[in-house]
Design a protein around this ligand. Structure first.
Ligand code: GCU
Length: 610
């Protein structure tokens, strides 16, 4: 008996851990892939009845799961069979896309929804490896292929992939995905946010086929201390990767550099370059970079630039810059709901450029990759942010690990994007010892993973030496970041717009300052006296007053007002004005611009670079 139990225990462990999450495959954007986008079947499962048996034990940890486990995609074998679900008789839902904006009954839904996609697959090569890649899924995702568990991912805004080489078939594959967007106290983000909790497979799902020994990852950027060199690494994945030749080519520079991996398939390099065209705002030049390994070749488009601080200045390619920014949430201006498409990114970044922006703060979580690829092409600088927002469980080690994993996946995905200059650790978090420890560890992790970019976070502020008319930064994390940032709402949450005239700012650290948020709510089309809150005139006046105030603050090297477009938030319920929308946008969700848009546009047009 004992042996049988031991054997079945080993079997269960094998079944659940055989296909753990694979290391993230780099540069999927330019790989040849097979899309699984389109119509999927779905089952709404608030009681997780397809996942747990009636004793609340997970089916996927049973030696032989009951047929009622949804991931088996069971069908009755005889008329007497008992089955209480059938994916193929359910309705369709589109992938990519959050479920909230696709189905009226799911607008406020928070819980589990199961997706099922059936597909055939013919591999293009005899010997290859196959992976399934998810660009994002919010929030906790369990993935099964042909009844076998591939693994679990936590976090709603970063990519993940699983190897399915041993499982995928020519015919009748079924990919079943359980997505649970319940907010969790120990989650990242935690229970309270000021944005809509869009759930589901919110971005593309695709199959990637690689060579048996493939180029898993690479990092190629300008050397942070020497802009006449590129520095980075290439990492292979497979069984024959030791002491392999890898070649890096940059045809426009006539560069062909042969490298040789170590025993683990990894090689770091520094390559001197001359006559390099730096990526800049005026000339966002992208080089074609080719990486050739024995069994495969991949290409990326990479811009080379340096970003540093010098005292209170931010230097792009050794020249001081002023960041004319705007904050953006990831909502589709075309359809509503979570943005995910190139068209969504084009609309948002076109509006930002129409405003006169050279910089965008992508709040408060990693946006889809189109935003970064397009910012690279358009010459727009980017602040990317980890969703460590407000009241995170700072003392919980699992919460920290979750935050670090999500930040790691973000850096993995975007570390070769010239447009990305700032990794933001958090937003508006309290100055308490547990948080300071949490953020210091995140900053240390980030610097080790990517020493080429700047670190920031929206910090805490207070009255300077008790004087309410002088504000200052009051946050030990200010000693850690490269760029000081803070959100300030004088005139909206703190007095009225004329209060701006009475406030001065005293920044004691010798570092650049970015004001990461200011703003006011206005219902587009509502007009009246500028003292009447929610009118466009009130918002317009707040911008006029705030711009005057911050233009006098020394060390400010830019700002990103809150926010480009009105966005959904369950916190905002004022009848006739909000009704589930945060109205601080300069543009309404239907694309109508408000008067404040033109105040900021005019300021940026006349703002001279340092
Ligand atoms: C905060 C927060 C935003 C929020 C905004 C607001 O500063 O960073 O996420 O939406 O204020 O209150 O509108």
């Amino acid at each position: 008996m004992k042996k049988a139990i031991l054997f079945s225990f080993i079997l269960i462990i094998a079944a659940t851990t055989l296909f753990a999450q694979a290391d993230l495959i780099a540069n999927v954007y330019h790989r040849t892939t097979t899309s699984l986008n389109g119509n999927w079947k779905y089952i709404i499962d608030p009681y997780e009845n397809g996942y747990y048996n009636y004793r609340y034990q997970p089916f996927d940890q049973q030696e032989s799961p009951w047929a009622s486990a949804f991931f088996l995609n069971s069908k009755p074998k005889s008329p007497s069979d008992l089955l209480e679900y059938d994916f193929d008789q359910m309705d369709d839902i589109k992938v990519p896309g959050d479920w909230n904006s696709q189905k009226k009954e799911l607008l406020y839904y928070e819980g589990t929804l199961w997706y099922k996609k059936s597909f055939d697959y013919s591999s293009s090569k005899t010997t290859s490896r196959v992976f399934v890649y998810f660009e994002a899924s919010n929030y906790k995702t369990e993935v099964y292929l042909n009844g076998r568990k591939l693994g679990t991912h936590v976090g709603g805004f970063t990519p993940f992939n699983f190897e399915i080489t041993e499982l995928i078939k020519e015919k009748d594959n079924f990919l079943v995905v359980k997505v649970d967007n319940k907010r969790l106290k120990d989650g990242v983000p935690t229970l309270n946010t000021d944005w809509w909790n869009y759930g589901g497979l919110t971005r593309d799902v695709k199959i990637i086929e690689t060579a048996p020994n493939f180029i898993q990852d690479f990092f190629i950027q300008l050397h942070p201390e020497d802009d006449k060199k590129i520095k980075g690494y290439v990492a292979l994945n497979g069984t024959q990767i030791s002491q392999q030749y890898v070649q890096i080519q940059i045809p426009q520079l006539g560069l062909k550099k042969n490298l040789r991996t170590d025993d683990k398939g990894y090689v770091a390099f520094e390559i001197p370059l001359d006559k390099l065209q730096y990526w800049s705002l005026e000339n966002p030049f992208l080089y074609e970079v080719i990486i050739q390994a024995k069994e495969e070749v991949i290409k990326d488009e990479i811009g080379f630039r340096t970003i540093q601080t010098k005292g209170a200045q931010i230097l792009l390619n050794n020249k001081p810059i002023y960041l004319k920014g705007i904050s953006i949430h990831e909502e589709s201006p075309l359809r509503g709901g979570r943005g995910h498409s190139l068209e969504d990114a084009e609309q948002l970044l076109d509006w930002a450029q129409e405003l006169g922006c050279n910089y965008v703060r992508l709040a408060h979580y990693p946006h889809n990759e189109h935003m970064l690829r397009l910012a690279d092409k358009k010459g727009i600088l980017v602040w990317e942010e980890n969703p460590v927002y407000w009241t995170i469980s700072w003392d919980n080690p699992e919460t920290y690990q979750n935050a670090e994993n999500q930040l790691s996946e973000l850096i993995e995905r975007d570390k070769n994007r010239a447009s990305v200059i700032i990794w933001s650790m958090a937003n508006e978090t309290p100055n308490v010892p547990a948080r300071n420890n949490f953020l210091n560890k995140l900053a240390q992790f980030t610097r080790a993973k990517d020493p080429t970019r700047l670190i920031s976070a929206a910090l805490e502020q207070k009255d300077y030496q008790g004087n309410p008319s002088i504000r200052t930064i009051d946050d030990p994390f200010a000693e850690v970041v490269d760029v000081l940032s803070f959100n300030q709402y004088i005139g909206w949450y703190d007095g009225l717009p004329e209060k701006c005239e009475t406030i001065t700012w005293k920044i004691e650290q010798d570092k650049p300052v970015l004001i990461s948020e200011f703003g006011a709510g206005a219902k587009q089309g509502l007009h009246g006296d500028k003292n009447a809150r929610w009118t466009e005139e009130f918002q317009e006046d707040l911008y006029v007053q705030t711009l005057k105030m911050i233009d006098k603050v020394e060390k400010v090297q830019g700002f990103s007002p809150w926010i480009l477009v009105d966005f959904r938030s369950p916190r905002r319920v004022l009848p006739k004005i909000q009704e589930g929308w945060n109205r601080k946008g300069l543009i309404a969700e239907d694309g109508q611009k408000k008067k404040a848009f033109f105040i900021l546009q005019d300021f940026y047009k006349n703002k001279k670079s340092p």
